[in-house]
Design a protein around this ligand. Structure first.
Ligand SMILES: [Zn+2]
Length: 163
């Protein structure tokens, strides 16, 4: 028996979210989105049998349930890590390596902002010469108030920012 979570998304008895009756799991689309940084239109190109509405519904479901789905993706990646060590060279291994890289990207996409409690400037590059290591406060979303560090901006533009 399955229940309908929202338009286009069905949850099976194991709590797994599927896109309508397409044999495609929400998590598969989400992993492709993360691995390739795909837009809904690009995902539509990868999954031509899904409608754009179905893809948007899958992504909306992901954002509504991000904590649980991220935990599941993490679990898969940990499994993939273990597998990758056993498999020497195969297309599967290539895919797993891509997943592993994507995992790093996901981690990096959660930006930590820090500022010293006595200063008004937020930093987000850990290699900034004034990255606060003591007496700081942290924010995990873009700070609404305060200045953003020029050096961090420069590093980000140059692609040398270590987040
Ligand atoms: Zn900085």
């Amino acid at each position: 028996m399955s229940t309908i979570a929202t338009a286009h998304i069905e949850i099976d008895e194991n709590g797994v979210a599927w896109i309508d009756n397409t044999q495609v799991k929400v998590i598969e689309v989400v992993i492709d989105k993360i691995v390739h940084g795909s837009s809904p239109e690009e995902l539509n190109f990868q999954y031509p049998h899904l409608s754009l509405a179905q893809i948007h519904a899958a992504l909306a479901y992901y954002y509504d349930n991000q904590t649980a789905l991220d935990a599941e993706i993490e679990r898969r990646w940990r499994e993939a890590d273990g597998l990758a060590q056993k498999i020497s060279d195969s297309p599967l291994r290539q895919r797993l390596l891509i997943l592993k890289e994507a995992r790093t990207k996901v981690k990096a996409s959660v930006i930590t902002y820090r500022r010293r409690k006595t200063h008004d400037t937020w930093h987000w590059c850990k290699n900034c010469s004034t990255w606060p290591t003591t007496d700081y406060e942290e924010s995990f979303s873009r700070p609404a108030a305060g200045e953003l560090c020029n050096e961090c901006h420069g590093k980000q533009r140059a692609g040398t920012c270590h987040q």
